[in-house]
Design a protein. Structure first.
Length: 379
């Protein structure tokens, strides 16, 4: 078969999670919480299912959820959007990212990706006929190298993909990053997709700077988010996309033929839940305790690391210990030692091996303690 995606195989998340199950390893690979959401949120889903909210939702999302989300965004970021024409409820951030790419990228357009980049970006760009242009982030802190970004920008550049807080490194964009990007796109017709699924998982008092907070960026950006990350329900596959009306119009043209709409009872439940309380405000504290527990334990291993700024991932460097590839080490740790992780070479187009593994610390404390004890003993 003449594949449209010849270089794409099964995602590393599927591979490592399966390997963890097959070998009985603690699964710190694929990013998902090892604990359940607030039982009240489940009660709300049940309530709305019982009330008969079981048929197609409106294509753009139920109005009450769009309204409450728009109010929350105003409260958190101080930014105004029109809930009718500038926000769309989608089936996970993956849907938002794919639909936004498809809406913007024409055959031959170049799209700048900052590597390491989340695995769903490049396939979406290639399917749209676009050309991914890979620009490496600066190691070791994974900050943006603006000279390199500028050098990679051409008349064909149509889109730049942003991810803050960043998966896998946890790097969070600064005001200077926002300003640099604004200056760059102001000169040309370049659009931005900002993947902000970890917007509420930030540490050490850092504030997430959404691209929507910059007036120039707001006009050109699709800001994508995920309720899965914020409410510990990654399996629900429900998220959102904020964009100016003109861009939302194009976005919806695609979204309506990708999924048409998103699970109705989940939308009602999330709307009521968001109306009732501010669960998301507790996330920095909740996840920082887990990050600190994990990092404290890592001190008893030979890995080198800098605590993550945001997201629920912690990277570790092992290049001073071994020349084994990160993929081989991740496989060996899973099969022989009993802890699964993600080799970050998978987030690079050329599978660059920086001898770094990514661990997900969104797990019960006792699971993290057990993983740490295994890693400490295996050094
Ligand atoms: N972007 C990033 C950076 C992610 O880590 C993930 C994964 N969970 C997604 C997008 C996809 O989010 P969703 O599950 O809501 O589709
Ligand atoms: N975003 C999750 C991660 O980075 C994985 C989601 C998926 O399996 N597609 O681990």
């Amino acid at each position: 078969f003449d594949s449209k995606l010849p270089n794409v195989g099964t995602t590393i998340f599927t591979i490592m999670s399966k390997m963890a199950t097959d070998y009985g390893a603690i699964n710190l690979s694929q990013g998902f919480p090892g604990f359940s959401c607030d039982p009240h949120l489940l009660d709300l889903v049940y309530k709305f299912m019982n009330e008969g909210k079981n048929q197609y939702a409106p294509m753009s999302g139920i109005p009450v959820l769009r309204e409450i989300l728009t109010e929350k965004t105003k409260k958190v970021h101080g930014v105004d959007y029109d809930s009718e024409s500038e926000v769309t409820i989608v089936s996970g951030a993956t849907d938002a990212i794919f639909s936004a790419i498809t809406a913007v990228v024409k055959p031959g357009d170049e799209v700048i990706l900052l590597e390491p980049a989340y695995d769903s970006y490049a396939p979406g760009i290639i399917l749209a006929g676009g050309i991914p242009v890979f620009v490496p982030l600066d190691i070791p802190d994974f900050s943006v190298n603006w000279q390199r970004v500028k050098a990679a920008t051409t008349e064909k550049t149509r889109l730049i993909m942003v991810n803050t807080p960043h998966n896998p490194s946890g790097y969070m964009w600064t005001q200077d990053d926002l300003n640099q990007l604004a200056a760059l796109i102001q000169e040309r017709e370049i659009y931005v997709i900002s993947d902000e699924v970890y917007e509420h998982i930030t540490f050490d008092g850092r504030v997430h700077l959404s691209l929507m907070t910059h007036p120039i960026l707001k006009e050109r950006t699709f800001v994508c988010g995920s309720f899965g990350k914020t409410f510990h329900v990654t399996g629900w596959k429900i998220g959102f996309c904020f964009a100016p009306a003109e861009l939302t119009k194009e976005f919806r043209k695609v979204h309506q033929f990708v999924t048409f709409s998103t699970a109705t009872p989940l939308q009602y439940a999330l709307a009521e839940y968001l109306e009732e309380q501010n669960h998301y405000l507790e996330l920095p504290h909740f996840y920082q305790k887990k990050r600190d527990l994990f990092c404290e334990g890592l001190k008893g291993t030979d890995f080198q690391f800098t605590p993550a700024q945001g997201s629920f991932f912690q990277q570790v460097y092992y290049g001073h210990l071994s020349q084994e590839s990160d993929f081989d080490l991740a496989v060996r740790l899973t099969q022989k030692i009993g802890v699964a992780s993600i080799p970050i070479s998978v987030f690079f187009n050329n599978k660059d091996d920086h001898k770094i593994l990514r661990f997900c610390f969104a797990k019960e404390d006792q699971v993290l303690e057990k993983a740490i004890s295994i890693l400490q003993k295996s050094k």
